[in-house]
Design a protein around this ligand. Structure first.
Ligand SMILES: Nc1ncnc2c1ncn2[C@@H]1O[C@H](COP(=O)(O)OP(=O)(O)O)[C@@H](O)[C@H]1O
Ligand SMILES: [Mg+2]
Length: 315
């Protein structure tokens, strides 16, 4: 099982669209995919459930990630596996032939949880205690996903909120790789090195505490890699990336610490506009002749290739 966090400090760069469609295309290839929505905006969840369905089937039955993070130590009273749901419409389209998409849904109230978690982090009275608390809180999602009940998944994609709060940090600690969707413009590319710097600082602190804490050895060092930047909503004109965007992409490729993926996703309001039917990501509804479908196929090849993930029959 490979865990990938999809993140960027900026909102509106295509994180959720990429998570839903990459997951869907991977599932169509026979992979068992778990999507985790850690953004309080809950857009990934609403890609699979209507607001009404979310209220009745998920929120009112307590099957959202908010309930999990609310535990004194997330996961102590609520097993993460209890929150997994199987969205109907996408899985009907997938037809149950090997691949599937499951989801852990988000909740608008997750926005308050970051502060609560941070307060808990400050509650320890000894240095030893505060290190342990740091590891237990930051490592909570990693520990939960190591449970046998998740062993059947090939790929876990985590859609993160556009911030570096504690909830996002639990996703990074849980991940083997980080994927960074970005638009090819000045502001979107400006924050990339900053993001990688913060990522490294978190990893160093976590590993430092793992090594120097003594006693409890249940946390292992982490080493999440940065899979790279995927440029999204790229403007194509006459089969070429428009010049200004081409220049931004090359600028990042040459000068940034973050690798840039070969694959790009074009701007395609026709596929990703609001008219889409809820429940089935655009790449499962469109025909294979569309350029953007080919781009998502290429992205899936590139990501799965880098992760070394294959469907069962090809292993
Ligand atoms: N390749 C694309 N072409 C056109 N519109 C897109 C594309 N990707 C995403 N969008 C649209 O842009 C908006 C922001 O995308 P979203 O995935 O929600 O970003 P984020 O999760 O980073 O906030 C949404 O309305 C989405 O439908
Ligand atoms: Mg989003």
């Amino acid at each position: 099982m490979q865990v990938v966090a999809v993140m960027n400090y900026k909102g509106g760069v295509g994180k959720t669209t990429l998570t839903a469609n990459l997951g869907a295309v991977a599932a169509r290839r026979g992979l068992r995919v778990l999507l985790i929505d850690l953004d309080p905006q809950t857009n990934l969840t609403f890609s699979f459930y209507s607001i009404d369905e979310w209220h009745h089937q998920l929120k009112d039955t307590g099957r959202t990630i908010k309930r999990w993070y609310e535990d004194e130590l997330p996961g102590r009273d609520t097993p993460l596996a209890d929150l997994v749901v199987t969205p109907e419409r996408i899985n009907a389209v997938l037809g149950g032939a090997g691949g599937c998409v499951d989801l852990i849904s988000s909740h608008l109230g997750l926005i308050d949880i970051d502060l609560e978690l941070a307060a808990r982090l400050g509650g320890a009275t000894t240095l030893e205690g505060s290190k342990r608390k740091f590891l237990d809180l930051h490592g909570c999602l990693r520990r939960a996903l190591a449970d046998d009940q998740f062993a059947g998944y090939d790929l876990v994609l985590i859609d993160c909120a556009p911030n570096f709060g504690l909830v996002t940090k639990t996703a990074i600690v849980a991940s083997e790789q980080i994927l960074v969707p970005a638009k090819a413009d000045y502001l979107s590319t400006l924050g990339l090195d900053y993001l990688v710097g913060n990522l490294r600082a978190l990893v160093d602190q976590f590993n430092d505490f793992v090594h120097h804490k003594g006693g409890d050895r249940s946390h292992r060092p982490i080493d999440p890699g940065v899979l790279g930047v995927v440029f999204t909503m790229v403007q194509i004109y006459s089969q070429q990336v428009v010049l200004a965007q081409h220049n931004y992409i090359e600028e990042v490729r040459l000068n940034s610490r973050v690798p840039v993926l070969e694959s790009k996703i074009r701007n395609s309001p026709r596929h990703f506009g609001d008219a889409g039917e809820t429940g089935v990501p655009a790449m499962l509804r469109a025909t294979g002749r569309d350029d953007v479908v080919k781009e998502f196929d290429q992205l899936t090849d590139e990501v799965l290739g880098a992760l070394g993930v294959k469907p069962e029959e090809n292993r």
